[in-house]
Design a protein around this ligand. Structure first.
Ligand code: FAD
Length: 265
């Protein structure tokens, strides 16, 4: 990455206008991912002065500013308290504390990285993304809808709901990218399930979720059926990290274990 100029924006409007002025102008999150790219940036737009680095936890929602670092996210009590801390388990599996001290929540969402652990864990929650100029979009619509907002992501709003979560990651080494990851959130009405590093970006397993809807206690056959539906309806492919068959085996096994864990077994 080569930066020609740096603009330290004082308002969102100023930052947005700079981004609209030239395609080669780029917003900086933590800059960790951008640093890996061989890209020439005319004006790098810095939004660190805009107060987007706080987490506000209310009864109904946890409002996370886009410039909150992954480290501040994982160490916040409200995040630890949601779904038995599964978001913390997930975030702690992303590289090192040094990287997480710099990488931001906003950059982690906007990247739509296929390997993302963070997006898989968030995908089992009710998450709304807030963009400037004013636009709100559910995380699922952002990841899989046709509309791709081009504005600045300012906030990630997570519904503060009661439930139990579980996150699983399969990788070659502790610090490596995932070969597959999976998250489950058990809430009052049922289960939300998401699989990522398929190798595509996180996707909800709607067929498995519908099957488990309203089931109070799960029998072995229920868990097996949910796992079968998962690999029949969510596309799992091959790349240089793992084959589709490997991913299918891991996904089924992780789902069975995660369902046991969220049910306290
Ligand atoms: C070596 C390495 C290993 C990693 N391993 C993992 C892993 O195992 N699991 C995992 O989940 N993640 C992993 N990541 C990804 C990392 O966690 C972050 O998601 C990534 O670095 C992006 O965050 P950032 O703040 O650095 O974004 P940046 O590099 O600053 O930006 C990334 C892109 O997002 C845009 N952007 C940033 N913020 C905003 C915003 N608010 N609004 C609009 N656009 C914005 C930027 O313009 C840029 O195009 C890894 C990253 C690296 C470099």
């Amino acid at each position: 990455m080569k930066i020609e100029r740096l603009l330290r924006a004082d308002t969102l409007e100023e930052a947005y206008e700079a981004l609209q002025a030239d395609k080669a102008n780029t917003l900086l999150g933590g800059g960790v991912w951008l640093k890996q790219l061989n890209r020439k940036i005319s004006t790098a737009v810095d939004i660190t002065r805009l107060g987007l680095d706080t987490i506000e936890a209310g009864e109904d929602v946890i409002d996370v500013g886009a410039m909150v670092t992954l480290r501040d996210f994982e160490t916040h009590p409200a995040i630890a308290g949601l779904g038995n801390g599964f978001l913390v388990d997930c975030t702690q599996r992303i590289m090192s504390v040094a990287l997480r001290n710099v990488a931001t929540v906003g950059g982690s969402v906007i990247g739509r990285f296929g390997f993302s652990d963070f997006l898989t864990a968030l995908s089992v929650l009710d998450v709304t993304l807030v963009f400037y100029p004013l636009k709100k979009l559910s995380l699922e619509a952002f990841l899989h809808g046709r509309e791709k907002p081009t504005g600045i992501l300012t906030n990630i709003v997570i519904r503060n709901e009661t439930g139990t979560g579980c996150f699983k990651k399969n990788a070659n080494t502790l610090l490596d990218f995932a070969r597959l990851n999976l998250a489950v959130f058990r809430h009052r009405g049922g289960y939300r399930i998401a699989v990522g590093a398929r190798p595509g970006v996180a996707k909800r397993a709607h067929e498995s979720m519908a099957y488990l809807q309203g089931r109070e206690s799960l029998e072995k056959e229920d868990v097996d059926e949910a796992a079968t539906r998962l690999v029949s309806h969510v596309k799992l492919g091959s790349n240089n990290r793992a084959s589709a068959d490997y991913r299918k085996t891991v996904a089924q096994s992780y789902l069975k274990r995660a369902l046991q864990e969220v049910n306290g077994r």
